[in-house]
Design a protein around this ligand. Structure first.
Ligand code: FAD
Length: 390
């Protein structure tokens, strides 16, 4: 078999790379997924998509991405529940940053974000208790998507234009000749190719090792608790998060998942020295009892109707995190034709449209207009000795 580009990994990021490569005119693209589309972190996420960030790059990436999610919703019927996203702040500094975010979002075409004070939040969402907060940054049209369906749609759209998708096909090896990628090895098959895109999420380090490179990205376990209400919620529960980027502690988040179900968890990105990475093939996929208790206790302080809710289980998945929680994008200095689209962290679903577009731009033209400066996303930032910026 032959393909110009082989994308390894059919999660949100790989599916987006595949779709954008085909969209940019490369029909000879093969997406290879060892299990099923969306089977990794993507299908175990909360699938929230929003633009309520504080730094311009992240807002730009999320705004760019939001346009694709909305287009897929409009044109392809992607399920997208627009229940809103509320980021709560504790300090005057948080609020100042929220106001700056609203300005940046406007400049980037996202016009509906607002800053709400605590009384305005409680008027809008009477079930929330926010007297201890300074207010919130609210995106009324943000929400959550069906992340597996999103991967499937991108795969279908790419296939409709000539791209190919293989599921149940683990990549076992990558052949390199004279410093260049020349082929990918599957079980019983070799695919000759010029480029490989590593979009293997929490398995990205293992895929890097296939070309002898140790990539600083691993999977870190994060959990979500399911809670069921005996009666339907009076109104959809938006995504509420107590985490402000840069915060040193974990932040509670929760959102309605159905008319009677809420999901809740704790978000943090940095893992410091203390948290060991998980083995993506052998980690506990159920929720821990002590974690459930911690989440329930914090939910009880934030959500007035929490006493009515009954815990019905939960699950764990992996954040594919780099050392600075930003992705690694671009070609490997050591191996021509080996591209990384890894390190989605806790936002890899919602940033995947832009990440896929950036990597597709780089593979096809060597430059991208999605972000001005890719320096913060190069592998070389962790090891300047690698240099030789591409
Ligand atoms: C509890 C939880 C909640 C989250 N909530 C959100 C959220 O609300 N919003 C958000 O944006 N993000 C969220 N995330 C983060 C998000 O899930 C990830 O950042 C994102 O899914 C990463 O996508 P990916 O495509 O890189 O990885 P994955 O989805 O893991 O895809 C990688 C794929 O590569 C395949 N693969 C690996 N090795 C090989 C191989 N050798 N050959 C072939 N295929 C291979 C795997 O089978 C897998 O399907 C959450 C994560 C967790 C755990």
């Amino acid at each position: 078999m032959r393909a110009r580009v082989v994308v390894i990994g059919g999660g949100a990021i790989g599916a987006s790379c595949f779709y954008h490569l085909v969209e940019r005119g490369l029909s000879d693209v093969l997406l290879v997924e060892r299990a099923a589309l969306g089977h990794g972190s993507t299908g175990r996420s909360a699938a929230v998509v929003e633009t309520q960030y504080l730094d311009r790059d992240r807002i730009a990436v999320c705004a760019w991405s939001m346009r694709l999610f909305r287009r897929l919703e409009r044109e392809q019927g992607l399920p997208f529940a627009h229940h809103g996203y509320l980021r709560l702040g504790r300090t005057a500094r948080d609020l100042a940053q929220f106001h700056a975010s609203v300005e940046m979002q406007r400049e980037l075409g996202m016009t509906d974000a607002v800053v709400l004070d605590p009384p305005a939040i409680e008027r809008r969402f009477p079930s929330l208790e926010v007297a201890d907060t300074a207010g919130g940054l609210f995106g009324p049209t943000d929400g959550f998507v069906d992340a597996v369906r999103y991967c499937e749609l991108l795969a279908q759209l790419g296939q409709a234009r000539g791209g190919r998708v293989l599921q149940g096909a683990p990549v076992r090896g990558i052949r390199v000749r004279s410093g260049k990628v020349v082929a990918v090895e599957l079980d019983g098959e070799v695919v000759e190719c010029e480029h490989v895109v590593n979009a293997a999420g929490a398995w990205a380090r293992a895929v890097g090792r296939l070309v002898g490179v140790d990539l600083p990205v691993d999977g870190y376990r994060r959990q979500l608790v399911n809670l069921e209400s005996p009666t339907p919620f009076a109104a959809p529960v938006p995504m509420v998060i107590e985490y402000v980027p840069g915060m040193a502690e974990e932040g509670l988040y929760f959102r309605g998942d159905s008319p009677t179900r809420l999901i809740a968890g704790l978000h943090w990105e940095g893992y410091g020295e203390v948290e060991p990475p998980a083995d993506p093939d052998r980690y506990r996929e159920a929720c821990d009892g002590d974690y459930t208790a911690r989440v329930s206790e914090r939910l009880g302080r934030r959500y007035r109707d929490a006493a009515e809710l009954r815990v019905t289980g939960g699950w764990a998945g992996l954040y594919p995190l780099t050392l600075d929680a930003e992705p690694i994008l671009g070609e490997l200095h050591e191996v021509t034709g080996f591209w990384n689209a890894v390190g989605g962290g806790g936002v890899g679903v919602q940033t995947s449209p832009a990440i896929g577009a950036i990597v597709a731009d780089l593979v096809t033209t060597g430059a991208t207009a999605v972000l001005g400066d890719l320096g913060p996303y190069r592998l070389e930032r962790f090891d300047p000795a690698r240099a030789g910026d591409r």
